[in-house]
Write a protein that binds this ligand. Structure first.
Ligand SMILES: Nc1nc2c(ncn2[C@@H]2O[C@H](COP(=O)(O)OP(=O)(O)OP(=O)(O)O)[C@@H](O)[C@H]2O)c(=O)[nH]1
Length: 360
């Protein structure tokens, strides 16, 4: 039961919390717009429906006011709750998009043809009891139509009683919510599949398989996000640009395949000296950039020096070394200008004889 009423029930089993929040944003992005539109349009629909009732029925319209008002206010409250709560569990159940849509449709059709059952109501009921069950299965639609809708429609047609009509509306509304929930669960499941597929593709697209770090595309996406967060939190952010030295000679000496293994070992040496939350990317053949959130230039220099020492300590045949440039981002400075400064410092390290770290 838990899984029927809560998208979280099953999504939680597969996704960690942070991923689940991202999924929720992904799955509900369109729904939020729909909710806003409905929230603003419902009072208008109510006013139109009520005005029409009064014009057609006069005094007799009085008693419908409370019912209509209760319906619209209830739906508005659910929509507000759903909106404000960021789709909490309870709101997900009762404020389902379908319930709102159905309520609006009732208001709309009643506005067109108040109180009496007429042809304008039929499409709405068909939608609730045939079209939606059909989205679950053909048999669900056939069973609902044969067992419930047809007898009910015939009964309503003969009775022509407003009370019976409202009772039927409530029944349809309840059914609509239940069907809506089942359908929504299926939709969320489909969204989760799309979301996970997208994550996997992005992961593959942003990954450098040789060194198991992120590549240039991954860097472009993540580095700017990290830079923005650090700037908003007014925390320091430092950049290190690493480049392996004389790698052409290394390749010539041991061959490209072994050169690849050296590259992977160098990247492992970098990873070993980074903290969780630091960002390492291979942005070129033998060039790496590292973002160190929360580290100032002095701390970044220490990290770069440790990595440099670890790379020169690699025992993989030929002597390997790396040059690095370090800089701290300045306030309100674009990330690109900081990375350019780090690269220039790396070039200076090369000019000064390689296998060293230079602070920009
Ligand atoms: N094995 C291997 N080699 C690579 C890869 N990417 C780039 N290289 C090699 O890295 C070398 C880069 O050469 P250069 O640009 O002349 O630089 P360098 O020899 O390292 O000299 P400096 O940068 O001046 O220290 C080339 O021989 C490339 O083939 C890779 O993925 N695997």
């Amino acid at each position: 039961m838990k899984s029927l009423f809560s998208a979280r029930g099953w999504a939680e089993d597969r996704l960690p919390e942070a991923e689940y929040l991202r999924f929720r944003r992904f799955a509900y992005a369109k729904m939020r717009t729909g909710l806003k539109v409905l929230m603003f349009s419902m009072p208008f629909l109510f006013a139109i429906g009520w005005a029409r009732d009064v014009a057609v029925l006069g005094e007799a319209a009085q008693w419908t006011l409370l019912l209509r008002l209760a319906l619209v206010l209830g739906l508005l409250a659910l929509a507000t709750l759903t909106w404000l709560s960021g789709f909490s569990r309870a709101a997900e159940v009762f404020g389902s998009f379908y319930a709102l849509l159905f309520g609006t449709a009732i208001a709309l059709t009643t506005a067109i043809e108040p109180i009496r059952l007429s042809l304008t109501h039929v499409p709405l009921m068909l939608m609730a009891v045939i079209f939606l069950p059909y989205s679950i299965s053909r048999w669900a639609a056939a069973a609902t139509a044969a067992g419930l809708v047809m007898p009910l429609l015939v009964l309503l047609w003969y009775l022509e009683s407003p009370a019976a009509l409202w009772a039927a509306y409530l029944l349809f509304f309840g059914m609509g919510c239940a069907i809506g929930l089942i359908q929504r669960r299926a939709q969320l499941k489909a969204s989760l599949d799309v979301f996970l597929h997208r994550q996997r593709l992005l992961h593959r697209l942003h990954r450098d398989t040789l060194t198991d770090t992120i590549n240039r595309e991954g860097w472009e996406t993540r580095a700017h996000r990290l830079h923005r967060i650090q700037r908003d939190m007014r925390e320091p952010l430092s950049v290190i640009h690493f480049d392996l030295d004389h790698f052409k000679a290394v390749n010539e000496q041991v061959g490209e395949t072994h050169g690849d293994a050296i590259l992977a070992a160098a990247s492992d040496a970098m990873k070993a000296h980074l903290r969780h939350g630091d960002l390492l990317a291979r942005i070129g053949g033998k060039s790496f950039v590292i973002l160190l959130p929360g580290s100032n230039a002095a701390a970044a220099m220490r990290v770069a020096e440790r990595i440099r020492a670890a790379i020169s300590g690699l025992r993989m045949g030929p002597a390997v070394s790396a040059s690095a440039g370090v800089t701290q981002t300045r306030s309100n400075e674009p990330l690109k200008s900081a990375t350019r400064r780090a690269e220039a410092a790396m070039r200076e390290a090369k000019e000064r004889g390689r296998d060293r770290v230079v602070l920009a």
